[in-house]
Design a protein around this ligand. Structure first.
Ligand code: DAH
Length: 341
């Protein structure tokens, strides 16, 4: 029996040495110390011993049990420490590995050009206004001298919200002229950039939405010469000295006289090319002297005050600013294009 106990002890200790995890330890615990385990099996035979031998063997068996329990405990601690060590190693962070670069976006070229334009006008004492894209037809048309029946009010051109054509997506930023006259004290110097909407926009883009920048000055003694001088200065500041403009007579219901301003094509220098559709010039804006009727409808005495106004096509302006060959590029938002600005 003594030998049996010694054998159990030796076997168990050596088995423990190859235990790899908690499950192995549990199995060994059951195998040697469990109710049906080997040590218990030996103890069950104690009855066969003589009364003198029994306490000696009992003591010996207890020693073996204690030794095995200690060994199991030690082994369990060793395995836990090793597992922790492994986890720390596997989950270690190398703070010296270079990070993934964050791709930063930036402003659209049209917004860059708009910011430059705003800076120029603010430098000249203009206030920048913003107004609603959902507009009343009375602001978009009536009070700009385009009464019922005017061709620009046609359903085929305009996005109306109601059956009686009173609420609409603004087709131009010009209603901001009326809103400024209604809310501001004279003299007035404003620009008002924003989106405008048309069903039939016969443009290279066929986009039902594009951008304009409205501008208006009302003061005593303001003339067409001031309009031309101001716009020429703006063009030079935006496009650099030597950028040529030309003014052509035109018609708008809310200005009299009216004109359009072109800037010389940056691609061909005026000779004519695909960018300017062979014209040598690129149309940039409509302008004119504010019609006396428009002043009067907003309660301004047209005998004392005069004014001028303009509406810039922002896409075209940005196109010329960054020497972009095709207007469609501004709308497509291809990142390979946008990254260049
Ligand atoms: N609103 C006009 C358009 O969309 C542009 C325009 C022309 C604006 C003359 C003006 C102006 O302020 O005076 O075609």
């Amino acid at each position: 029996m003594k030998e049996q106990l010694a054998k159990i002890r030796a076997e168990a200790i050596s088995a423990l040495e190859s235990a790899k995890d908690a499950a192995d330890l549990d199995a060994l615990r059951v195998k040697y110390l469990g109710k049906k385990g080997e040590l218990t099996g030996v103890l069950k035979m104690m009855g066969r011993l003589s009364p003198e031998e029994r306490p000696v063997m009992g003591q010996l068996a207890n020693d073996v049990r204690a030794a095995l329990e200690n060994a199991l405990e030690a082994c369990s601690q060793k395995l836990e420490a090793a597992a922790l060590e492994r986890r720390l190693r596997d989950e270690a962070l190398d703070v010296t590995i270079p990070g993934k670069p964050v791709v930063l976006g930036h402003q659209h070229p049209m917004n860059i050009a708009l910011e430059e334009l705003k800076d120029i006008f603010i430098g000249m004492g203009f206030t920048v206004l913003e107004g609603p894209e959902v507009e009343l037809a009375s602001y978009n048309f009536d009070r700009l001298n385009a009464p019922e029946g005017h061709p620009s009010r046609d359903w085929s051109d305009t996005f109306y919200f109601d059956g009686d054509s009173r609420v609409m997506l603004r087709s131009q930023t010009s209603p901001m002229q009326v809103r400024a006259m209604e809310t501001m004290d004279l003299p007035i110097r404003i620009i008002a950039p924003g989106r405008v909407y048309r069903k039939d926009e016969v443009d290279a883009t066929h986009s039902p939405m594009f951008h304009q920048v409205e501008g208006m000055v009302i003061d005593k003694g303001v003339t067409m010469a001031d309009l031309k001088g101001t716009l020429n200065t703006v063009v030079e500041q935006l496009y650099g000295a030597g950028a040529k403009t030309r003014f052509r007579p035109h018609h708008f219901p809310f200005t009299e006289p009216s004109c359009e301003m072109d800037v010389q094509c940056h691609k061909c220098g005026g000779a004519g090319c695909p960018t300017c559709k062979g014209e040598g010039w690129i149309e940039l804006l409509g302008a004119g002297m504010v019609h006396p009727k428009v002043l009067e409808m907003s309660g301004i005495d047209s005998g004392t005050y005069t004014g001028w106004a303009f509406g810039i096509g922002l896409e075209r302006m940005a196109m010329r600013r960054f020497k972009i060959a095709d207007l469609r590029l501004i709308f497509e938002n291809d990142v390979r294009f946008l990254e260049q600005f």
